[in-house]
Ligand binder design. Sequence first.
Ligand SMILES: N[C@@H](CCC(=O)N[C@@H](CS)C(=O)NCC(=O)O)C(=O)O
Length: 203
Amino acid sequence: MKLYHQPRTRSSRVRWLLAELGVTCDVAPIDVFAGEGRKPDYQQAVHPHGFVPALEEDGQILIESSAICMYLADRYGEGRLAPKLGTAERGKYYEWMVYVPATVDPCLETIMFHTVFLPEGKRIPQLVERAKKSWTTKMEPRIEAALAKSPFILGETFSAADVLVGGALAWAQMAGVLGSGAAITRYLDAITKRPAFVAGHTT
Ligand SMILES: N[C@@H](CCC(=O)N[C@@H](CS)C(=O)NCC(=O)O)C(=O)O
């Protein structure tokens, strides 16, 4: 198995989950910040958009961090990191595994791009204001309310959904938009101390 990876990006989710699973994996570094993702060879053979992560296993390439995490949890988790198929809990699991990439990531990405990544002349403050409002009034309160009910996002036990939600919260903190809700503060503190989180974010 090989992970095409760049530290401090969405491929860290996959590294974190692999560490939670105790599964070893070759890592192919792709410096997307230096433009390596734009190389035609990489786009033809690995990721059509030139992004990370991509996972190569059994002669197949998988893209999309959330899809990769769901696949790995099912294949190697022995029922530990994802609820049983066909249960109500599995429905909630899908909800969080899709909510993060479909709703949260674009919001946080807009904030990061228009405050940090883009050259100053290309930043659009109105986009940042709108995204911050969505984060602060909709997404963060929703996550805070869920975490106020239980230690982890799906309940009493850690799952792959915590990799997605915990990773997004760490990203929100980096973007400087994370508030001081008691449940999120407690959760983030616990999650970022997990040895697998540390292993997934050091390289
Ligand atoms: N929805 C994709 C997003 C992947 C993505 O945008 N990756 C970023 C890093 S977080 C990337 O590779 N960017 C390179 C570029 O924009 O050239 C996923 O979750 O895997």
